[in-house]
Structures are given as C-alpha cells and as structure tokens.
Write a protein that binds this ligand. Structure first.
Ligand SMILES: [Ca+2]
Ligand SMILES: [Ca+2]
Length: 432
C-alpha cells in the first residue's frame, strides 16, 4: 500500500501537484466507465483518481483464505455441481476430486473420486478439468480431463455419481468420451465446461514443446491448439458424442476436425462462460513475451503460432494477420509470465466488480479486473498483487468467486473500506 504520508518531502510535493491536476479527471473517467453512482463507489473512484499518478493499484482489495481449515494437494480447480447442494469440488492435479460443504468453518473434505492410478502427474500433466452435466441432478454425470498414465494422451471421460452416496463418484462408471494423443508433456489445456447451448467445450493446447514445432495451432486436421465443442447427449457411433450442427467445420471435405469450435490457441488455461451475456472468455498462455485474453467465437482463428498476442511470432515481423482474431487484452512478460483465465464476476459480495472479467497471473500472482464491452475503451485494473500461485479461478452456486492457490489454499477476494488515516490523507492533503 502506498500512503502519501510515508513519502519524502520532495516527492510529496510532486504527488500533491499530480493530485490537484489529475484527480477530478481520473475520478470522472472511472465513474463514467463503471456507470455506478453509489457514494461508496464515487469515493472509491476518487481514491483511485488520487493515487492514479503515484501508484496504479487499487489497494482496497485483498485475498483471504475462504476455507481456513482446508489444504489441498496441488489444486487446479474449484467447481460446483449446479444441484443446489451447496457443495464445492476441488480438483487436485495428482488425480483426486475432493468435496466439501461451502461453509467457511468446514473442517474436512471428502474424496469424491480418486483416479491417481490412471493419471500421470507432474509439470502440466495430471487431472486438469471437471464439468458437471447441466442435468447432473437427474443423471449424475460429470466429466473430467486428465493425462493418461500409460502414454500421456489426453482423456476426456464421463463418470457417474454413486447412487447411494452423493459425496462419492462411482469409479468403475468411467466411459471415455474423447482421447487425444499428446506429442509433448506440456500445453495440455484441460478446461471443460458446458455452454449455455448445453454442449461440452474442451480446451486443448498446441501439444507442447515450445513455439509449436508441429504447427498444430493452425492445423485444422488436429484437435490440438483448439477449443472443441461436442454434444455428449447424442452419440454418433463409434463416438460417444455427436457434432453440433452449427460447428464451424461440420460436414467439411478437407479433413478438418469437426469437433473444433475455435483454433489458433497455444495453451488455453482456463476459460469460462459469462452466465449473463453467454460470452466465452479464455486466457491463452503466451510463449515468451505476451499473455492474452480472448473472447472465443465460433469458427475463429486466434492466431498462434503466427502471432503471440498482437505481435508477429512466426515470422517475427511482417506476418500475414488476415483472418486472425486479436486478443481483447494482452500483457507483457515485464508484468507477468503465465495468464490464468478467470470469470466475469457476477457474485453478490463485490457489486462494484459486476461485469468485470477477473483473471490473474500464475507466476506473479496479480489479480486484475478487465472491463470490456466491445464498444468503449477496454479498462484493466490491478485489484491486488497476491503472491499466490494462481492455478485457477472458480465460482460457487451463488456465482461467488474463488482463487485456487497451487500451494494448497482456496482464497476469495474481499474489499476493505479505506481507514480513517487514508481518508485524512486522501481528502485533506490537497488543501493543506
Ligand atoms: Ca501436450
Ligand atoms: Ca492469440
């Protein structure tokens, strides 16, 4: 936290001058862009405006352990089942799903599924994704994405809940939906989610190594480097799924994979649907310079490995960008090293973040709020620099947001009003 009262005399004069010059403008812009008018928010914006020239950081947010008694083994995801049971499910990368009641004072989590004997774990391999069927309450189906222990291929499989114990999955119920050979151990994607259309979306990275040596990102004849969309409620034998009729390459004669929904992706690490707009948001991890946020649309090419973010990658200059969709936001490796896609915030606890896309950096631990509507200038705000290894974000049945720290804890964002000291410094310093 930067506090004006801690600054040296000379710097203090500069800061005060900056305050006098920029505070009203900055505050006005922020208020307009947020379209909010509560006294609290105006006041928060004034604080932001005051500090805009000195420290571009919203110091009022912090993270705290959401379930202080629970520690997980390399967690990479948190989910709810959509069954109004108020349970949360945490994905442990070695191959375990834990379940617990969504209560701050919960003291233990149960093992919901343990497939460690089928999963190869380490680096970017392991149990990487979980999605509950939209009709889970009726059919007990859920889907996982993991790296197989025998050859490192990606498996997307369906499991069924134990009929007599809702906190137990039936391990022998596994039905493989999709298997994808992996040429290298990294860039496996892994996110699964059902869209508002009822179809299952699956993230696959470019296969791995560095720089996409096989050119999988731009190759429509491989499932790698893509977000897939399949219909798991209708099977077209021998597949255990069918192709949605409006998938972009349905019925093509070029040998393109009909499962592909969007492509040109390097390693989409966490995507999510905004449950208000239905938009699909993804973080795509960069190669060596640029991390990016994309809004994923049907049939669209996100550029890898021709481009990394908004920049030519191969070739390194003068690349042909025709037909390539740029990210809606990017940041360089001077800021962070590995984006973790999050969620458009729709929870009740932090209404000032409603509609902002909350995402982070795995390596450096920042959490940002990105405001994007395709019309107005995109606004990216650092909420908090956590020091966590942000493996994932997740939401509960109330759309409240959680942050998964790879070292074991589940965190949530909270907001603390400015202290009286901050009020004094912020409001009265300019008139001294
Ligand atoms: Ca791989
Ligand atoms: Ca891209």
């Amino acid at each position: 936290m930067v506090n004006i009262s801690k600054k040296s005399g000379a710097l203090k004069i500069v800061v005060i001058a900056a305050i006098l010059l920029t505070a009203p403008v900055a505050a006005g812009v922020l208020i307009q862009s947020q379209n909010q008018s509560s006294n609290q928010f105006i006041y928060q914006s004034l604080l932001l405006g005051v500090y805009f020239g000195a420290e571009p950081q919203n110091f009022q947010y912090q993270v705290e352990l959401a379930f202080p008694n629970l520690v997980f083994d390399h967690p990479v995801g948190i989910y709810h089942a959509g069954d109004e049971s108020n349970r949360l499910f945490v994905l442990e990368q070695p191959g375990v799903i834990k379940v617990f009641n969504n209560s701050q004072n919960v003291t233990s989590a149960k093992i919901f599924l343990d497939i460690r004997d089928q999963v190869v774990y380490g680096g970017e391999q392991g149990l990487l994704g979980l999605a509950f069927h939209p009709n889970f309450t009726d059919n007990g189906y859920f889907y996982v994405d993991y790296t197989a222990d025998d050859d490192g291929r990606t498996i997307v499989a369906r499991y069924t809940i134990n009929q007599t114990d809702p906190d137990q999955a039936n391990k022998t119920s596994e039905q493989n939906i999709l298997e994808v050979p992996q040429p290298y151990s990294n860039h496996n994607g892994g996110q699964l989610a059902f869209g508002p259309d009822g179809y299952l979306y699956i993230a696959l990275g470019d296969g791995g190594s560095g720089g996409d040596p096989q050119g999988n990102g731009q190759n429509l004849s491989t499932l790698l480097g893509s977000i897939l969309r399949i219909d798991v409620d209708t099977a077209t034998p021998p597949s255990n799924y069918s192709i949605p009729p409006d998938n972009p390459f349905v019925g093509n004669t070029e040998g393109y994979k009909e499962e592909i929904y969007a492509y040109g992706l390097r390693n989409p690490w966490r995507f999510s649907f905004d449950n208000v707009t239905g938009l699909l948001w993804a973080g795509d991890v960069g190669q060596s310079k640029w991390e990016e946020i994309d809004i994923i649309k049907n049939g669209t090419n996100y550029g890898w490995n021709i481009m990394e973010g908004n920049h030519c990658y191969l070739p390194s200059s003068g690349c042909n960008t025709t037909g390539l969709e740029p990210p809606i936001w990017e940041y360089g490796h001077d800021v962070g090293h590995s984006v973790t896609g999050g969620f458009v915030y729709r929870g009740p606890a932090l209404p000032e973040l409603n509609g902002s896309y909350i995402y982070g950096d795995f390596a450096y631990g920042q959490i940002w709020a990105l405001e994007y509507d395709g019309l107005n200038p995109t606004n990216n705000t650092l909420l908090v620099d956590t020091g966590l290894l942000i493996a994932s974000f997740g939401v509960d049945e109330n759309s409240e947001l959680y942050i998964v720290d790879y070292r074991g804890g589940i965190y949530q964002l909270n907001y603390s009003p400015p202290t009286s000291t901050e009020i004094f410094n912020t409001v009265f310093v300019p008139v001294l």
